[in-house]
Design a protein around this ligand. Sequence first.
Ligand SMILES: [Zn+2]
Length: 343
Amino acid sequence: MTVMADIDAGPPIFRHTGRAHIRLGKGQKAVRDALIGKLDQGIYRLEEVKCLCGMTEDVVISETDRYGLPLKTVICTYCGLLRTNPRLDAGSLDGFYANEYRDLYMGADYGDMDSYFLDMAARGREALDLIRKTAPWVDLKKADVLEVGCSAGGVLFPFLEAGARVKGFDHDRRYLDYGNKREPALNLLPGGVETLEKEDCKYDIILINHVMEHLADPAGAASAARKRLKPGGLCYVSVPGLKNPAYYNSPVKSFLGSLHIGHLWHFSRLTLRRLLKDFDMLYIDDEVRAVCALSRAGRVEKDFPSEYASNMEFIRDYENAFAWKLRRARNVIRNIRHLIKLV
Ligand SMILES: [Zn+2]
């Protein structure tokens, strides 16, 4: 059964023009063009995927991503989750992450690793503060903390400073090497969600920071994390919130800036809550950051209202306001030029 919310879906909000929405460096343009070539030649293939709620009825929000790639983003009319559909299939996703992802995302080099590490450490401090606030009973000095998708270990660093034993998994050797050299006690190892599934160890805290939106099977990752938590253990999950313009990686803060070939899902508060339905939710906000625990009997929520209307309206209203501001700015510039000519 599909619940159609009572609003007019209208045409896609962002049409495909082939132009990038963000400024691309030479290296990024070359990677983007190589990607288009691989898609055209069938080296990378696309596949249709259902929404995480199991439904297939959706409305197209965009026909392009921020790089100008011809990829559709749709919104599920049942639960309101946005996803890339069709998206790169499993083999193509592996190829993309091995060959193009970092260079497309960061430019030809990795930029300044020191400042990247410090930015991530600031994000880790926020996570640590939130955990301290929502679960003050956790003794960090005795805690075993794991991060899945740890990159250079910056997020883990404040946990290490707080006295925890830490460990991180990531597939990117360049990040792992940097982090391990900077602080060997970060204990960063090659691996990902599949490594978590095979692990014997259990943890007091598992961090999954800006990873879920990249995964083909985020529900599988949530379930693997649950199995690896000690009794009373916590999971911290954060994703770029759909309604948080801070994550619209765009010079003009358009929602299009958050659409990116690697982002397979675009979560909002309730759609992330639905993903983490088997946990006991201690805290969740619109950024979106969640602190959840292994559920105790009777505390698991099963009914989640649809966010279709709310998400659709948010994006339309936001982009309409943005278009109006852009028109106003253009008018001001036109008037100033006219005045200068008169003088
Ligand atoms: Zn859905």
